[in-house]
Design a protein around this ligand. Structure first.
Ligand code: GRG
Length: 300
């Protein structure tokens, strides 16, 4: 293993451990009433997941000299929103799935009402974490961060993308429509993770935010293209969620629209674009470069 690769893997493991520990500290203990809800929240969040959004927030924050304790909090906020979206997405009224992160989904392990409340409570916990002092250089910066996460999660971000996704089942949609859907459903939170991390630091300015925003948008779409490819060609044991679900549910994906080879070529070209955008920020952007490579090469 080359030094830079082992260095990246070591950094990634450190951030994943920090994030797990911060998430566990912030989440209410299962022994606190209401016990069942708190237990389900911990079940949904802890002990699984690649923590890609947390890693992106930390990597972007390193560019703006952000204190790592602030980045831990931002990482938790985006991972709480992400976990809420997975819990709700898996429910019978949406994707109706029984497996997530290699274990039964929350509505299967607990019940539907608990799953609904778990998602709701994780979403509000994200904003609680983001609103507590102090995660940004000024109070105005912190308010802007709260607004950024709200916009990325709401009807003109992730929730809107999910609505379009549900509406698209069984329909033939164009590549532009598919891209619009994914930029919102998956991309908005990934893009926000990059920007929120960067905004924690004192060295955050427009010259940095502009390329970081472009990088976040590209990597958000790249993440979903790779997700479509993995869903089509991997297996349930490797993914820790039901493989082949998109085709079985008659969902439009990059693979159904353009075939596996073209989808792979698109992933490579988005990766190359993300790499090019970071060029202006080199060498301090090396973690973000490595993360883009990790996203395109991931196996689950
Ligand atoms: C219910 C409001 C609402 C939104 C749901 C993002 C989303 C919208 C649903 C998730 C469905 C899904 C599987 C989308 C594909 C991309 C994606 C978000 C995959 C899961 O993210 P990973 O791979 O998961 O980062 P881990 O488990 O590693 O955290």
């Amino acid at each position: 293993m080359s030094n830079s690769k082992s260095d990246f893997l070591g950094w990634m493991a450190t951030i994943q451990e920090r994030t797990e520990s911060a998430l566990s500290t912030i989440l209410p203990e299962s022994s606190i009433a209401p016990e069942r809800l708190h237990d389900a929240m911990r079940y949904a969040v802890l002990g699984g997941g690649k923590r890609v959004r947390a890693l992106l927030a930390h990597a972007a924050g390193e560019l703006t000299d952000a204190p790592v304790e602030r980045l831990d909090r931002v990482a938790c906020a985006v991972e709480f929103i992400h976990a809420y979206s997975l819990v709700h997405d898996d429910m019978p009224c949406m994707d109706d799935d029984v497996l997530r992160r290699g274990k039964p989904t929350v509505h299967v392990e607990y019940d539907e009402a608990t799953a609904l409340l778990t998602g709701d409570a994780l979403q509000t916990l994200a904003f609680q974490v983001l609103s507590e002092p102090t995660i940004a250089p000024t109070a105005a910066d912190q308010l802007e961060m709260i607004s950024l996460l709200a916009r990325a999660s709401g009807s003109r971000g992730m929730a809107g993308g999910q609505a379009i996704d549900l509406d698209a089942v069984g329909k033939a949609i164009s590549r532009i429509e598919l891209e619009f859907m994914h930029i919102h459903k998956t991309g908005a939170l990934i893009r926000a993770s990059v920007l929120l991390g960067a905004r924690c630091g004192p060295a955050c300015d427009a010259d940095l935010l502009e390329p970081l925003d472009r990088y976040g948008k590209l990597v958000g779409l790249l993440f979903q293209v790779v997700d479509d490819i993995l869903d089509a060609q991997s297996d349930t044991a490797t993914l820790g969620k039901t493989a082949g679900k998109d085709a079985d549910s008659n969902k439009p994906t990059y693979v159904s629209l353009m075939g596996l080879n073209e989808a792979r070529a698109l992933a490579e070209s988005l990766h190359a674009e993300a790499h090019a955008v970071l060029h202006a920020l080199a060498p301090r952007s090396s973690r973000l470069e490595e993360l883009a490579r990790f996203i395109v090469r991931r196996r689950f």
